[in-house]
Ligand binder design. Structure first.
Ligand SMILES: Cc1cc2nc3c(=O)[nH]c(=O)nc-3n(C[C@H](O)[C@H](O)[C@H](O)COP(=O)(O)OP(=O)(O)OC[C@H]3O[C@@H](n4cnc5c(N)ncnc54)[C@H](O)[C@@H]3O)c2cc1C
Length: 483
């Protein structure tokens, strides 16, 4: 096949783009895909996108790497775990030591019910009295003791998480437990989020003969409750990006940072990618282009060729979040070593949405002299973090930490990580909307493949899955082209 290599361009070097390139290179080398040449163009000066591990400015921590973005991935689904094994990272994976979490509700930290599925308690007798709020006639608890059959008809097809959970267990467990937990995953409102994307197991359970709670309890007894739920490389999630880049270098794939793709132009059967680089640049020609960028970036690139897809993508909402890492002297702050952290509901009036006790969660971050906290803020309907400068934001978060953990002393180090429009929201009917975009792209812009969190969800495994699928689609596209 020498001399007939097809070019595939991947735009964006986050986990989705790097996985796509890795899969293409591996399949091509194994002879499972056509002879292809893969290039990754990344706008920023670094790879990994949201995956970012680095030290805090605190000499006592001696360069200890702490995740500034994602810090773990779900291991109950295969995609990220399989990728780590493939990259030789399997032995480096660790799981959180502390697994219990709390909720800040009505001015107190209250333990999450155990067991629970996405906040839904499976054993009402094991629910902290304060978690459900006043329940004078016991009706909330009585409902949780039942099988959770919906008290109204659920719509056909997709429904919001709120519609499903409210119908099956009532408003209070939804508002006080499920919304803080599930809304925390993508900074959304669970009343607006697609159950088919965010919690397909809840949708299936709610429609089953056993009822929501009956089906979840049955599934719970089938699984191992002690099996670890999350995993991460001990060196931090940035290791995943590094390992992928090493593999790509070995496979002859170019990953070029500082190359923002600003425009795609049709050129016969191929595409020309225009890059905004100081001093100008020659457009990059490729037979297929994988767009592994946030949906709002993809919207601008596809709009001239598939206007309907461009409009739809531009309308997809994204939440902006800020993840701030604090280091405290151990003399100033004590956290429960058995707790991984706590979530904060939207009704509590705080800026923070979650606080993770990094040293209790990860053995390698359990420092003898420092307590490390990762504090999140920002929701789809809370824009306060974007309106505050870093100083104002840190002051507000410190006030929240004083309220929740009682720490008044100044931190020894602070790092603010802003992630603007980073978390895509999944409206009810998401998959239908996505199918319409794919069709518009296939009709108006053949060879452009949309990848990333928009496909299956924001979690790392979902992005890896999307990267795998995008590679297969791009390879199939170039295989079908005449030489
Ligand atoms: C604060 C935070 C914490 C999170 N925590 C977790 C967690 O613990 N576990 C978990 O599973 N998930 C977590 N997530 C979600 C997960 O990290 C992301 O969904 C995932 O990393 C997205 O990967 P991606 O490659 O699709 O996109 P990104 O990481 O956004 O990468 C896209 C890349 O495209 C580049 N780009 C943009 N425009 C252009 C252009 N025009 N040309 C070229 N390149 C461009 C960007 O610079 C970026 O590098 C978290 C997300 C955030 C924001």
């Amino acid at each position: 096949m020498a001399g007939t290599a097809r070019r595939i361009l991947v735009v964006g070097a986050g986990i989705t783009g790097l996985t796509t390139a890795h899969r293409l290179a591996t399949d091509s080398q194994a002879g499972n895909a056509p002879d292809i040449e893969v290039t990754v163009l990344e706008a920023s000066d670094r790879v990994g996108g949201t995956l970012r591990t680095g030290p805090l400015d605190d000499p006592v921590l001696d360069g200890l790497g702490v995740d500034a973005g994602a810090d773990a991935f779900l291991r109950r689904v295969p995609w990220a775990l399989d990728l780590c094994d493939e990259l030789g990272l399997g032995d480096e994976l660790v799981s959180p030591t502390a697994r219990r979490a709390s909720l800040w509700l009505d001015d107190a930290l209250r333990p999450m019910p155990n067991p629970n599925v996405l906040g839904i308690p499976l054993d009402p007798d094991a629910v902290d009295a304060g978690l459900l709020g006043p329940d004078p006639d016991g009706s909330t608890r009585a409902r949780l003791a039942g099988d959770g059959r919906p008290d109204r008809e659920l719509p056909d097809g997709d429904a919001s998480v709120g519609a499903v959970v409210r119908a099956c267990v009532g408003d209070r467990p939804f508002e006080r437990l499920v919304d803080p937990l599930l809304g925390g995953v993508n900074a959304g409102r669970a009343d607006d989020l697609s159950c088919a994307v965010m919690a397909p197991q809840l949708l299936a359970a709610a429609r089953s003969e056993d009822g929501l709670l009956g089906a979840l309890r049955r599934a719970g007894t089938a699984g191992d409750p002690t099996a670890p739920v999350f995993a991460a490389p001990a060196g931090g999630m940035g290791r995943l990006g590094e390992a992928l880049v090493d593999r790509l270098a070995g496979a002859g794939v170019t990953v070029a940072t500082g190359n923002p793709v600003t425009q795609l132009e049709r050129d016969g059967n191929a595409w020309l990618a225009h890059v905004d680089r100081a001093g100008g640049s020659t457009p990059f020609r490729a037979e297929a282009v994988v767009l592994a960028v946030p949906a709002h970036v993809a919207a601008d690139l596809v709009a001239p060729h598939a206007p309907e897809a461009g409009r739809s993508l531009a309308g997809w909402r994204h939440a902006s979040v800020v993840l701030t890492t604090f280091a405290y002297d151990r003399a100033d702050l004590v956290v429960d070593p058995d707790q991984s952290g706590f979530l904060v509901g939207r009704t509590e009036g705080l800026l923070m949405t979650a606080c993770s006790f990094a040293g209790s969660k990860w053995a390698h971050l359990d420092h003898p002299d420092r307590v490390l906290l990762r504090v999140s803020c920002g929701r789809i309907d809370d824009h306060r973090p974007a309106e505050l400068d870093d100083e104002g934001l840190v002051a507000e978060l410190r006030a929240d930490l004083a309220t929740t953990l009682g720490v008044e002393a100044p931190p020894t180090a602070v790092r603010v990580g802003r992630y603007d429009r980073s978390l895509v929201q999944f409206p009810v009917g998401h998959f239908d909307r996505l199918a319409a975009i794919d069709k518009a792209l296939a009709d108006g812009a053949p060879g452009l493949v949309l990848a990333g969190a928009i496909r299956h969800g924001v979690g790392i495994p979902a992005c890896v899955r999307s990267g795998n699928e995008a590679a297969a689609l791009a390879a199939a596209r170039v295989a079908g082209l005449p030489c």
